[in-house]
Design a protein around this ligand. Structure first.
Ligand code: CA
Length: 499
């Protein structure tokens, strides 16, 4: 009896300490991974069993919108919890990230977290707020990439997704186990130009991929920008995108594996002399093979990281996030790339698990964003959220219910024009059902879509009188968002620092 009472007291004493234990954070971020290529989102293209594990054990966010869907701007928003006009990084080519501003890794580091970022960075300046960082210079290479290790560029042998995973596991192994950790594992893949690992070249066993309904979009029903872009599978994809020429930088063994797969297929293609729609169809199939093979390697990497947590008794108290920096077009509207407010681009896959805090197999359609990641992770670590941050902690959504005061509209702003792919500057509002946006450079026009009736965003209803009352309401909401978020009337200026 006495012994039982002692045990009970010991248990009660242990409980508050345990619940106050701060969670570890494993943040896995990929580059250009479309939600259409994640099986947790019912993909018809590929199985991603390891990413799905996170969704099965945690929560799947069905509407995660990136406010400026481009590599660097998305990363700047993740770090700072702010829109591009606040953090100053609105373009990959014209900006350098100001590393002196407040970021969530800095705040975790101050609170005695061990912090690390490994992989793609792409912000122009060196990482700040990390005890340890190893990054790819710029975009980085798929094969035998250089990485900046201890401040020095070092060429490594192997495939980039494996290397970033190996380095991440190595850091986990060497960390100080007495402190909680934040590890940001940033994959390069499946960024253009989608170079698969040799071991993945036959991963789909010759599968024929279903074409999107609007692969041959004629861009009627929308403004000039949709037809004036330079991001189509038909016109913009180069020979190296299509693997009609082998990439530079492969070693002898890698090149032999590469050629064994591509050479006979390329010869058959050249012989067939395809033209017009048949040529687009062939390009689409080649694009899907290569892109999805890269995704498959990313999914394997997620599996290795999850296995490590399990094998090292870290599963219970570690938050795991998998997300991409934005979405991607997989042939919808005849396109690849991103940048647009349209759903394939602006929406990103985002799943998260935290045993005991997030109910397994939860999903939510609440409007969330990468703008909310910093706030969420600070909240999870029981740290205050700085006023400067513009998102919201996602903790209230963890049971699958949406609080009544959750955001109804989200602000979007793409600035990078003139630039590659010729997507216009545009800003607008995204709601559960509608999008309203203003393209203002180089051409000036508005578009509005009813996602319930037109999920593929093919026919703008901006000038449709039936939608006039909704349009008026959305215009007012957009103006209010711009005011609340302090969006300046003039777009921010380039601030690239020359090294
Ligand atoms: Ca990207």
């Amino acid at each position: 009896m006495k012994k039982t009472a002692c045990c009970l007291i010991a248990l009660l004493l242990a409980l508050p300490a345990r619940s106050a234990e701060r969670p570890n954070i494993l943040f896995i971020f990929s580059d250009d991974h479309a939600w259409q290529a994640v099986s947790a989102y019912n993909s018809s293209l590929i199985q991603t069993p390891n990413i799905d594990r996170i969704a099965e054990e945690g929560i799947r966010f069905d509407r995660c919108i990136i406010p400026n869907p481009l590599c660097g701007p998305s990363r700047a928003t993740v770090l700072t919890g702010t829109h591009s006009h606040i953090n100053g990084f609105w373009s990959n080519s014209q900006c350098t990230f100001d590393g002196s501003q407040i970021t969530f890794p800095k705040l975790l580091q101050k609170a005695d977290y061990q912090t690390a970022v490994i992989g793609k960075w792409h912000l122009g300046s060196d990482p700040t707020g990390f005890d340890f960082w190893e990054i790819l210079p710029g975009q980085g290479d798929y094969y035998n990439p250089k990485m900046i290790l201890n401040g020095e560029e070092t060429k490594l042998e192997g495939y980039v997704t494996d290397i970033i995973t190996d380095r991440s596991l190595d850091w986990l192994e060497k960390r100080d186990p007495s402190k909680p950790f934040l590890l940001m594992c940033h994959q390069k893949a499946p960024h253009r130009n989608w170079q698969p690992n040799g071991s993945k070249l036959n991963f789909d066993e010759g599968k024929v991929y279903p074409e999107p309904d609007n692969l041959f979009d004629d861009y009627s029903g929308r403004g000039k920008g949709a037809s004036a872009q330079d991001m189509s599978i038909a016109k913009t994809m180069h020979r190296h995108d299509l693997k009609l020429s082998a990439p530079a930088g492969l070693n002898k063994e890698q090149r032999a594996v590469w050629d064994a797969y591509y050479q006979p297929r390329n010869e058959a293609f050249e012989k067939a002399g395809l033209e017009g729609d048949d040529l687009v169809r062939w390009k689409y199939q080649r694009y899907m093979h290569d892109y999805l093979a890269c995704v498959s390697s990313v999914d394997d990497s997620v599996g290795r990281l999850l296995d490590y947590l399990k094998e090292n008794d870290l599963e219970e108290n570690t938050i795991v996030i998998y997300a991409s920096d934005q979405g991607f077009f997989l042939g919808e509207h005849g396109w690849f790339d991103k940048r647009w407010i349209y759903e394939e681009s602006a929406r990103t896959p985002f799943v998260m698990k935290w045993p005991g805090k997030i109910k397994a197999a939860t999903s939510t359609k609440a409007l969330v964003s990468n703008l909310d990641f910093a706030e969420t992770l600070l909240d999870a670590a029981d740290l205050p959220i700085p006023e400067r941050m513009q998102g919201r902690s996602l903790l209230p959504l963890f049971d699958g219910e949406t609080p009544s005061d959750w955001r109804k509209g989200f602000y979007f702003h793409y600035y990078d024009q003139p630039s590659m792919h010729e997507v216009p500057r545009h800003h607008g509002i995204v709601t559960d059902r509608y999008k309203l946006f203003h393209c203002y450079k180089p051409d000036d026009y508005w578009e509005m879509f009813d996602l319930e009736k037109d999920p593929n965003e093919m026919q703008s209803v901006f000038d449709n009188p039936e939608y006039a009352p909704i349009r008026k309401r959305l215009e007012a909401e957009l103006a209010k968002l711009r005011e609340d978020l302090e969006v300046p009337d003039q777009d921010p200026k380039p601030n690239k620092v020359k090294k």
